[in-house]
Design a protein around this ligand. Structure first.
Ligand code: ZN
Ligand code: FE
Length: 235
Protein backbone atom coordinates (compact mmCIF):
# COMPACT_ATOMS: atom_id res chain seq x y z
CA UNK A 1 0.00 0.00 0.00
CA UNK A 2 1.51 3.31 -1.00
CA UNK A 3 0.48 6.89 -1.71
CA UNK A 4 1.75 8.47 -4.90
CA UNK A 5 1.63 12.25 -5.35
CA UNK A 6 0.79 13.39 -8.89
CA UNK A 7 1.33 17.12 -9.55
CA UNK A 8 -1.33 18.46 -11.93
CA UNK A 9 -2.53 21.71 -13.54
CA UNK A 10 -0.63 24.69 -12.13
CA UNK A 11 -0.38 23.74 -8.46
CA UNK A 12 -2.75 20.86 -7.72
CA UNK A 13 -1.94 17.55 -6.11
CA UNK A 14 -3.78 14.41 -7.22
CA UNK A 15 -3.25 11.36 -5.00
CA UNK A 16 -3.03 7.74 -6.08
CA UNK A 17 -3.36 5.05 -3.43
CA UNK A 18 -1.92 1.84 -4.77
CA UNK A 19 -3.51 -1.31 -3.34
CA UNK A 20 -3.06 -4.99 -4.18
CA UNK A 21 -6.12 -5.07 -6.42
CA UNK A 22 -5.88 -1.67 -8.04
CA UNK A 23 -5.52 2.05 -7.46
CA UNK A 24 -7.74 4.69 -5.85
CA UNK A 25 -7.54 8.22 -7.26
CA UNK A 26 -8.34 11.28 -5.15
CA UNK A 27 -9.36 14.57 -6.79
CA UNK A 28 -8.41 14.06 -10.45
CA UNK A 29 -8.48 17.63 -11.74
CA UNK A 30 -6.92 16.29 -14.94
CA UNK A 31 -7.00 12.74 -16.34
CA UNK A 32 -3.75 12.90 -18.32
CA UNK A 33 -1.15 12.94 -15.51
CA UNK A 34 -3.17 10.22 -13.74
CA UNK A 35 -3.07 7.96 -16.80
CA UNK A 36 0.67 8.56 -17.10
CA UNK A 37 1.32 7.73 -13.43
CA UNK A 38 -0.99 4.71 -13.10
CA UNK A 39 0.61 1.26 -12.77
CA UNK A 40 -2.65 -0.67 -12.39
CA UNK A 41 -6.35 -0.15 -13.13
CA UNK A 42 -8.35 2.39 -11.17
CA UNK A 43 -10.85 0.83 -8.78
CA UNK A 44 -12.39 4.06 -7.43
CA UNK A 45 -12.35 7.84 -7.78
CA UNK A 46 -12.88 10.03 -4.72
CA UNK A 47 -13.67 13.76 -4.76
CA UNK A 48 -13.38 16.15 -1.82
CA UNK A 49 -15.40 18.98 -3.41
CA UNK A 50 -16.94 20.13 -6.67
CA UNK A 51 -14.31 22.56 -7.99
CA UNK A 52 -13.09 21.81 -11.52
CA UNK A 53 -9.44 21.55 -10.51
CA UNK A 54 -10.45 18.52 -8.40
CA UNK A 55 -13.06 16.91 -10.65
CA UNK A 56 -12.37 17.63 -14.34
CA UNK A 57 -10.70 14.23 -14.83
CA UNK A 58 -13.64 12.26 -13.34
CA UNK A 59 -15.47 11.48 -16.56
CA UNK A 60 -12.53 10.37 -18.67
CA UNK A 61 -11.19 8.11 -15.90
CA UNK A 62 -14.65 6.68 -15.20
CA UNK A 63 -15.18 5.87 -18.86
CA UNK A 64 -11.78 4.30 -19.15
CA UNK A 65 -11.88 2.08 -16.05
CA UNK A 66 -15.60 1.77 -15.40
CA UNK A 67 -14.97 2.43 -11.71
CA UNK A 68 -17.25 4.13 -9.19
CA UNK A 69 -17.10 7.85 -8.44
CA UNK A 70 -17.54 8.64 -4.76
CA UNK A 71 -18.17 12.28 -3.89
CA UNK A 72 -20.11 14.61 -1.61
CA UNK A 73 -23.82 15.04 -2.29
CA UNK A 74 -23.65 18.19 -4.42
CA UNK A 75 -25.49 18.69 -7.72
CA UNK A 76 -22.42 20.42 -9.13
CA UNK A 77 -20.62 17.05 -9.38
CA UNK A 78 -21.86 14.93 -12.29
CA UNK A 79 -22.38 11.19 -12.45
CA UNK A 80 -21.66 10.29 -8.81
CA UNK A 81 -22.15 6.59 -7.99
CA UNK A 82 -21.98 6.86 -4.22
CA UNK A 83 -22.43 9.90 -1.99
CA UNK A 84 -19.90 10.16 0.81
CA UNK A 85 -21.38 11.32 4.10
CA UNK A 86 -19.90 11.84 7.53
CA UNK A 87 -20.69 8.88 9.76
CA UNK A 88 -20.82 6.39 6.89
CA UNK A 89 -17.41 4.88 6.11
CA UNK A 90 -16.33 4.51 2.50
CA UNK A 91 -14.96 1.01 1.97
CA UNK A 92 -12.81 0.25 -1.04
CA UNK A 93 -11.08 -3.09 -1.26
CA UNK A 94 -8.88 -3.40 1.85
CA UNK A 95 -9.25 0.26 2.89
CA UNK A 96 -11.79 2.04 5.06
CA UNK A 97 -12.11 5.81 4.91
CA UNK A 98 -13.88 7.85 7.53
CA UNK A 99 -15.63 10.82 5.95
CA UNK A 100 -15.27 14.18 7.66
CA UNK A 101 -17.72 16.95 6.76
CA UNK A 102 -15.50 20.05 6.51
CA UNK A 103 -17.50 22.96 5.01
CA UNK A 104 -16.07 26.46 4.55
CA UNK A 105 -14.18 26.40 1.25
CA UNK A 106 -17.39 25.02 -0.27
CA UNK A 107 -20.61 24.10 1.48
CA UNK A 108 -20.37 20.36 0.80
CA UNK A 109 -16.62 19.87 1.21
CA UNK A 110 -15.47 16.58 2.78
CA UNK A 111 -12.16 14.99 3.77
CA UNK A 112 -11.21 11.30 3.75
CA UNK A 113 -9.33 9.76 6.67
CA UNK A 114 -7.74 6.32 6.68
CA UNK A 115 -6.46 4.98 9.99
CA UNK A 116 -4.63 2.19 8.18
CA UNK A 117 -2.78 4.62 5.91
CA UNK A 118 -2.32 7.14 8.75
CA UNK A 119 -3.40 9.74 6.24
CA UNK A 120 -6.10 12.35 5.73
CA UNK A 121 -6.93 13.74 2.29
CA UNK A 122 -8.14 17.27 2.91
CA UNK A 123 -8.74 18.80 -0.53
CA UNK A 124 -8.94 22.58 -0.07
CA UNK A 125 -9.73 22.60 3.65
CA UNK A 126 -6.42 22.10 5.49
CA UNK A 127 -3.20 22.63 3.53
CA UNK A 128 0.36 22.09 4.68
CA UNK A 129 0.94 25.18 6.86
CA UNK A 130 -2.24 26.85 5.62
CA UNK A 131 -5.89 26.47 4.71
CA UNK A 132 -8.20 27.03 1.76
CA UNK A 133 -10.07 30.24 1.02
CA UNK A 134 -13.55 30.62 2.41
CA UNK A 135 -15.87 30.75 -0.62
CA UNK A 136 -19.18 29.30 0.56
CA UNK A 137 -19.07 29.40 4.32
CA UNK A 138 -18.33 31.53 7.33
CA UNK A 139 -14.99 31.79 9.14
CA UNK A 140 -16.64 29.91 11.99
CA UNK A 141 -17.52 26.95 9.73
CA UNK A 142 -14.01 26.82 8.30
CA UNK A 143 -12.51 27.10 11.78
CA UNK A 144 -14.65 24.22 13.05
CA UNK A 145 -13.74 22.13 10.01
CA UNK A 146 -10.02 22.61 10.61
CA UNK A 147 -10.45 21.81 14.31
CA UNK A 148 -12.21 18.58 13.37
CA UNK A 149 -9.22 17.53 11.25
CA UNK A 150 -6.80 18.60 14.00
CA UNK A 151 -8.44 16.10 16.36
CA UNK A 152 -7.25 13.13 14.28
CA UNK A 153 -4.34 11.11 15.73
CA UNK A 154 -1.16 13.20 15.98
CA UNK A 155 0.83 11.00 13.60
CA UNK A 156 -1.73 11.27 10.76
CA UNK A 157 -0.16 12.78 7.64
CA UNK A 158 -2.06 15.62 5.94
CA UNK A 159 -2.41 15.40 2.15
CA UNK A 160 -3.86 18.68 0.86
CA UNK A 161 -5.10 19.51 -2.62
CA UNK A 162 -2.57 22.20 -3.54
CA UNK A 163 1.13 22.92 -3.41
CA UNK A 164 1.00 26.28 -1.62
CA UNK A 165 3.50 25.20 1.02
CA UNK A 166 6.31 27.65 0.24
CA UNK A 167 4.01 30.68 0.32
CA UNK A 168 2.22 29.32 3.39
CA UNK A 169 5.50 28.97 5.29
CA UNK A 170 6.47 32.53 4.32
CA UNK A 171 3.17 33.76 5.72
CA UNK A 172 3.57 31.72 8.90
CA UNK A 173 7.11 33.03 9.41
CA UNK A 174 5.92 36.61 8.92
CA UNK A 175 3.75 36.06 12.02
CA UNK A 176 6.12 33.87 14.02
CA UNK A 177 9.71 34.55 12.90
CA UNK A 178 11.02 32.84 16.04
CA UNK A 179 9.00 29.62 15.69
CA UNK A 180 11.77 26.99 15.76
CA UNK A 181 9.45 24.29 14.39
CA UNK A 182 8.84 26.45 11.33
CA UNK A 183 12.45 27.36 10.76
CA UNK A 184 13.55 23.74 10.52
CA UNK A 185 10.54 22.25 8.81
CA UNK A 186 10.93 19.67 6.06
CA UNK A 187 8.91 18.82 2.97
CA UNK A 188 5.21 17.96 2.93
CA UNK A 189 3.31 15.97 3.98
CA UNK A 190 3.38 17.02 7.63
CA UNK A 191 1.71 15.21 10.50
CA UNK A 192 -1.19 16.66 12.47
CA UNK A 193 1.26 17.20 15.33
CA UNK A 194 3.59 19.19 13.07
CA UNK A 195 0.69 21.22 11.65
CA UNK A 196 -0.37 22.20 15.15
CA UNK A 197 3.13 23.48 15.89
CA UNK A 198 3.55 25.31 12.57
CA UNK A 199 0.26 26.10 10.82
CA UNK A 200 -1.00 29.52 11.99
CA UNK A 201 -4.62 28.53 11.24
CA UNK A 202 -4.34 25.79 13.88
CA UNK A 203 -2.58 28.10 16.32
CA UNK A 204 -5.30 30.70 16.88
CA UNK A 205 -5.17 30.11 20.65
CA UNK A 206 -1.39 30.20 20.86
CA UNK A 207 0.06 33.21 22.72
CA UNK A 208 2.63 33.79 20.00
CA UNK A 209 -0.03 34.20 17.27
CA UNK A 210 -2.29 36.29 19.53
CA UNK A 211 0.67 38.51 20.34
CA UNK A 212 1.65 38.88 16.67
CA UNK A 213 -1.88 40.05 15.82
CA UNK A 214 -2.28 42.06 19.00
CA UNK A 215 -5.51 40.12 19.66
CA UNK A 216 -4.89 38.66 23.12
CA UNK A 217 -8.42 39.45 24.22
CA UNK A 218 -10.28 38.36 21.08
CA UNK A 219 -12.33 35.24 20.47
CA UNK A 220 -10.53 32.41 18.71
CA UNK A 221 -12.89 32.54 15.73
CA UNK A 222 -12.25 36.28 15.32
CA UNK A 223 -8.52 35.60 15.36
CA UNK A 224 -9.07 32.97 12.69
CA UNK A 225 -11.08 35.38 10.51
CA UNK A 226 -8.38 38.05 10.76
CA UNK A 227 -5.69 35.51 9.89
CA UNK A 228 -7.60 34.33 6.82
CA UNK A 229 -8.02 37.93 5.64
CA UNK A 230 -4.32 38.66 6.19
CA UNK A 231 -3.43 35.58 4.14
CA UNK A 232 -5.75 36.70 1.32
CA UNK A 233 -3.79 39.97 1.16
CA UNK A 234 -0.35 38.38 1.59
CA UNK A 235 1.75 38.68 -1.59
ZN1 ZN B 1 -11.31 24.23 -4.40
FE1 FE C 1 -8.57 23.58 -5.50
Amino acid sequence: MSIKVVPALSDNFIYLIELKNGTICIDPGDAKPVLEALQTDLIAILNTHHHADHTDGNQELKNRFNCPLIAPDDERIQDVDQFAKEGIPVIIDELIFDVLFVPGHTKSHIAYYSEKLKAVFTGDSLFTCGCGRIFEGTPEEMFNSLQKIAKLPADTLVYGGHDYTKKNIEFALSLEPENKELKRCGDAPWSIDQEKKRNPFLRTSDPSILNALDMEKSKTVEVFAVLRQLKNDFL
